[in-house]
Design a protein around this ligand. Structure first.
Ligand code: HEM
Length: 587
């Protein structure tokens, strides 16, 4: 029997209650490197061709350039499902309703750390959090940037990071961190969702930020610094003076300055509708709009960094006025210009990463996306379950959606999906969800590829299809070996397809190390085929025992991983231990 509590790193309560709660969220690892597209290579390839074309126009045919352009267009718009990392990033980026953090920014004035009327909002905290994470960047030496370093208490305790907005943000956004979603990617998506969900423009998102393992050098601008210091600070971060004006105005479309961390800027307001005494930057502090500029230009602004009683800390006044108000005037005159400028600047801010970090292309929503597709072995049958998302589609009771799948022996089968729900709450784009019926597949025939039809129109990823891996699957004979609540004990069974070169099978448990960074703890299955083999699969089994004394809030769940021909795969499943049935005879 494998004692997971001993095999696991000692992660018991490394960072207090927040870390305890984040460990509830368990998902999958960087092992999925086999299915990550190599964007670096594609970009390098394209770059070389364009450079050659510029130098030797006759050598590179128009046709070839057209091909390169096409490759760029395609890679900028979609990726091929499945890709564990891109699927997870795409989901967090677009499926707001599927993720816990939607409730923290919807409606936009939610501030879950206090009752209503606090004057604060999670949305404003998340935007400021992203800026302060990025603002340590040094364009000269490539250090700092969006790398999640603001999660370290050493960084949070610096005067430049005054207030509890960062610890609040880290606590909430860590809920979405896992082997596929770095802390910094979660911070970036959190800021994007806050902005888009609260009236802001659509912001291009690239994934792949790499988390720092310790705090960065200080470098976030502070209000008492003078204009030259701010221009120099933004230049060090990689922003021109006019970009500085824009980015500050865009960020300060949300939130305000609190009395508590900034008593020299904002007095106690003694307002029951603003219990944390926040003097807001504009009159629409939980909504993105150009009021930050119109109120500034019209002279009605109450922005505490413009009309604060202490002129030393009126940094927005100095910054906004540093080009004779030209930029702010243009923003005041055009909400569209303000929105498009902010979309560009926010994206630049979020894409400012330490040198060497290679971000993906902009991640766009897949028009047709299977979700949570799972296979489970049940005797001689494979049970296929899952969902399908149709993007940018409203509910239509008359729509017929079918799944078609090819098995391994030349057969083709199909079934109709049931309409499940329509998400209309995404900031802009509705999505219709469909559920697979319980599908029983002959285990010997297995499954290779799915396709879908929507009202008869074929959706098959341009002929590639949607691949399903039936080589190593969870087996429904898995069960709890005792009803004890501590330790929790179970036997996990996995079906390994006959004839497949499987060198290793293991349970994966997503958790965090002491840094904290997401890790996957693996528990190997002994390479024996102990229980009755089905005609198509042999069964590998392992016992687990988990001492939950130090992790009372954790959901103990595992995914199934394996190495086949030296390549790691995972089912990305969430096989919850307490959801397993009791084994026959167990008490
Ligand atoms: C010279 C540059 C900047 C200075 C001196 C500055 C200063 C400040 C100060 C003193 C606060 C009050 C914080 C609190 O009370 O908790 C604040 C809030 C905020 N800042 Fe800035 N800021 C700057 C640039 C930016 C930028 C570039 C962004 C984003 C793009 C940004 C986004 C925010 C947001 C969203 C808040 C509101 C936070 C909340 O209400 O919880 N700031 N800023």
């Amino acid at each position: 029997m494998t004692d997971l509590s001993r095999e696991t790193h000692d992660i018991s309560n490394p960072r207090g209650p927040v870390m305890n709660s984040i460990r509830i969220v368990l998902r999958t690892l960087i092992d999925a490197d086999h299915d990550c597209r190599d964007f670096a290579k594609i970009r390098a390839y394209n770059g070389v061709h364009f450079a050659l074309a510029a130098l030797f126009p006759r050598l590179i045919s128009k046709r070839m350039l057209g091909l390169v352009l096409l490759v760029q267009l395609v890679t900028a718009h979609a990726y091929t499902w499945p890709s564990s990392k891109l699927d997870a990033l795409e989901s967090l980026r677009f499926d707001l309703d599927k993720h816990a953090f939607a409730g923290f920014i919807r409606p936009c004035d939610v501030f879950i750390f206090s009752g209503p009327n606090s004057g604060r909002s999670d949305a404003a905290d998340w935007i400021r959090n992203a800026y302060h994470d990025m603002a340590t960047h040094n364009i000269a030496d490539g250090t700092g940037g969006m790398d999640g370093s603001i999660r370290f208490s050493e960084e949070q305790s610096r005067p430049e990071n005054a207030g509890d907005g960062f610890s609040n943000t880290v606590g909430l956004l860590f809920l979405e961190v896992n082997r596929y979603i770095s802390v910094a990617d979660a911070f970036a998506i959190g800021a994007i969702q806050a902005i888009e969900n609260c009236g802001g423009p659509e912001i291009a998102f690239r994934g792949g930020r790499v988390d720092a393992t310790g705090p960065n050098s200080p470098g976030v601008p502070e209000p008492q610094q003078d204009l030259d210091e701010h221009i120099a600070s933004f230049a060090r971060q990689g922003f021109t003076q006019s970009e500085m004006i824009g980015l500050v105005a865009c960020g300060h479309s949300f939130g305000g300055v609190q009395h508590d961390p900034f008593p020299d800027i904002v007095p106690e307001l003694n307002d029951p509708n603003n219990t944390q005494s926040v003097q807001h930057f504009d009159s629409t502090n939980v909504h993105f709009d150009n009021n930050i500029a119109t109120e500034y230009i019209s002279g009605t602004t109450q922005n505490p960094l413009v009309v604060g009683f202490n002129d030393t800390t009126n940094s927005d006044k100095r910054i906004f006025g540093s080009d004779g108000n030209a930029t702010m005037l243009s923003f005041a005159n055009s909400p569209d210009l303000f929105a498009s400028t902010c979309a560009t600047l926010f994206a630049k801010m979020l894409d400012t990463v330490p040198s060497g970090v290679q971000l993906t292309d902009v991640i766009r929503a897949l028009p047709v996306k299977p979700d949570n597709v799972q296979l489970a072995l049940d005797g001689d049958t494979l049970r296929l379950s899952g969902q399908l998302r149709l993007w940018n589609t409203t509910g239509d009771v008359n729509r017929t959606v079918r799944v078609i799948w090819d098995d391994r022996v030349g057969g083709t089968h199909n079934a109709t999906l049931a309409a499940a729900q329509v998400d209309t709450n995404s900031p802009r784009t509705p999505a219709a969800w469909y559920s697979f019926p319980v599908l029983s597949l002959d285990a010997v025939a297995g499954i290779e590829i799915m396709r879908f039809t929507v009202n008869g129109k074929l959706e098959d990823q341009d002929g590639v299809g949607f691949a399903v891996d039936d080589r190593v699957v969870f087996a429904n004979t898995s069960c709890r070996t005792s009803s004890s609540s501590n330790p929790l004990t179970a036997r996990y069974d996995v079906g390994v397809r006959s004839g497949v070169n499987v060198t290793r099978v293991y349970l994966e448990e997503d958790t965090f190390d002491d840094i904290p960074l997401p890790i996957v703890v693996k528990t190997d299955f002994p390479p024996t085929q102990s229980t009755t083999p089905t005609s198509a699969y042999s069964i590998w089994s392992t016992d687990v025992s988990v001492d939950v004394t130090s992790r009372p809030f954790d959901v103990i769940q595992f995914s199934i991983g394996a190495e086949i021909d030296g390549v790691k795969i995972t089912d990305n499943g969430q096989h919850v231990l307490t959801a397993l049935p009791l084994c026959p005879g167990a008490t």
